[in-house]
Design a protein around this ligand. Structure first.
Ligand code: NAD
Length: 490
């Protein structure tokens, strides 16, 4: 599955693949081997991409029809589908995730993002009001969506193609030109996407790809560039805050999808087996590296001991290993650097008084995987809600399970967080489910489910978890300048 180490991943600017003098290494988290060398964009390269995007905007991309742009998006989706297994291989090489996940989730959602936004712009409508004034005047007020111009897109490593295309597709759909920077950890599928876009014949300069790091590098050069109209970003809350400062002087629009410290709540009336399976998924999918994963699990006291024992037993059936092994159900963390961070929380949890129910360490394989970035899926109990491990995002395969006694108490504990991205609630009590969902301060609440996404719904977080909503018409609105036209008709 490892690609040839001689592969050089280049930027895609103004319709051409271009190299930089400076490169960095993209390493496999499975065994530390070289996946590819990646070009690092300097300030001049980022400027070139911005100028190319502005020229493409002036050349008329924004004036193309929605039907025309929908056809481009469909062609791009078809292009990914035609090279499906190459996308799977690139995603797996960069992340080490199980092949089945890359096929069913990452690449499938990359295609779905383009198809969904093609459909949405074909059927998009806008608001219109008939206005009557006191002097007998009649007016028609309608709202039209114009492109923002040039949109900067910065994405993280945890779901590389899925999160990259989640922003590229609607930005293009609404007539913007884009400069997109994938994470330095996962440049593979974004480069393949540039190849697909190039083969589809999208006008030069409409889509530009730059590679590189964040701070004092390509990411920061992009956010500081005065030629950008808006920034859309997915990543850590701290980075969101740095980007907000960078765009503040230019008062640029931002859309932020940031970190989380999500809770799962299991009431005693829940379908017990479904709740155990649900929390297993919500804690350990993608080795816990999904912004929506639950790191805090609250279980109603009468079923607490039984739930901890059942989740422990299911967690111990997870098979940690390499993507080449079909039995693998959990891959490595993204890098040794990220593993150091997760392991520092494993140590901190012990200092803070955690009881380790299962895991808590690094698996020993006795082969090349020992040079990778694996950790054991881990469950803790016994921490107070004030512990740092209960308040800070760890972003690894770990959850803490705590008992609770009343509905009001658990809602207060769930909401006592600096973050507000997602929650899942497990109960068979219909009214309670709706009642609790309404009182939880997150952008999304799942009832007896987790991670199910209808791409037409708003997605985003409250508090440190983000600014704004994307998805469906919310994406159409963010990637547009909404203009009110007021017409006197009588
Ligand atoms: P990160 O913030 O470190 O990096 C994300 C991207 O920002 C990368 O491309 C990076 O190069 C770039 N970057 C870093 N510093 C920058 C700067 N100063 N200026 C401009 N760009 C900069 O995040 P990560 O570690 O790649 O991803 C994990 C984080 O993403 C977690 O916190 C997770 O919760 C969050 N996340 C949120 C969502 C969501 O939808 N809310 C989805 C996925 C991941």
């Amino acid at each position: 599955m490892i690609q040839e180490a001689s592969r050089l991943l280049r930027h895609y600017i103004d319709g051409e693949f271009v190299a930089s003098a400076t490169t960095f290494d993209d390493l496999s988290p499975v065994d530390g081997t070289l996946v590819a060398r990646v070009c690092e964009a300097d300030e001049a390269t980022v400027d070139r991409a911005v100028q190319a995007a502005r020229a493409a905007q002036r050349a008329g991309w924004g004036e193309t029809t929605p039907a025309g742009r929908a056809a481009w998006l469909t062609r791009i989706a078809d292009g990914i589908e035609a090279r499906f297994e190459e996308f799977v291989a690139a995603e797996v090489a960069d992340t080490g995730r199980p092949l089945a996940q890359a096929r069913a989730l990452d690449v499938a959602r990359g295609i779905a993002n383009f198809r969904t936004f093609a459909e949405l712009i074909r059927g998009a409508h806008s608001e219109c009001f008939e206005t009557h004034t006191a002097d007998g005047g009649q007016y028609l007020n309608y709202v039209t969506r114009k492109p923002l111009g040039v949109v900067g897109i910065i994405s993280p490593w945890n779901l590389p193609l899925l999160l990259f295309t989640w922003k590229v597709a609607p930005a293009l759909a609404m007539g913007n030109c884009v400069i997109a920077k994938p994470s330095e950890e996962t440049p593979g599928t974004a480069t393949l996407l540039a190849e697909v876009i190039h083969a589809a014949g999208l006008p030069k300069g409409v889509f530009n790809l730059i590679h590189g790091h964040g701070q004092n590098s390509a990411g920061e050069f992009l956010t500081r560039h005065p030629g950008i109209s808006a920034i859309t970003f997915t990543g850590e809350s701290r980075t969101g805050s740095a980007i907000m400062k960078a765009v503040a002087d230019g008062v640029k629009e931002v859309s932020f999808e940031l970190g989380g410290k999500n809770a799962a709540v299991v009431f005693a009336d829940a379908d017990f087996d479904a709740a155990v399976e649900g929390v297993l998924k919500s804690s350990f999918t993608n080795a816990g590296q999904v912004c929506l994963c639950s790191e805090r699990v609250y279980v109603e006291r009468p079923i607490f001991e039984r739930f901890v024992a059942a989740l422990k037993a299911r967690t111990e059936t997870l098979r940690v290993g390499a993507p080449s092994d079909p039995a693998t159900t959990m891959g490595p963390l993204i890098s040794r650097g990220h593993r150091d961070k997760v392991l520092s929380y494993f140590r901190l949890a012990l200092e803070e008084g955690a009881n380790v129910v299962t895991g808590g360490g690094v698996p020993a394989f006795g082969d090349a995987r020992d040079a990778g970035a694996f950790v054991q899926p881990t469950i803790w109990t016994g921490l107070p809600d004030t512990a740092r491990c209960m308040r800070e995002e760890i972003f690894g395969p770990v959850c803490h399970i705590a008992p609770f006694d009343t509905e009001d108490e658990v809602i207060a504990r769930v909401n006592d967080s600096a973050y507000g991205l997602a929650a899942s609630v497990w109960t068979t009590h219909l009214a309670r489910g709706h009642r609790v969902a309404k009182r939880i301060e997150t952008g999304i609440v799942w009832l007896n489910a987790w991670f199910v996404r209808d791409l037409r719904t708003p997605f985003g977080g409250t508090k440190l978890s983000g600014i704004g909503r994307e998805g469906g018409r919310h994406s159409l609105d963010f990637y547009s300048e909404l203009t009110n036209v007021c017409v006197r008709v009588a």
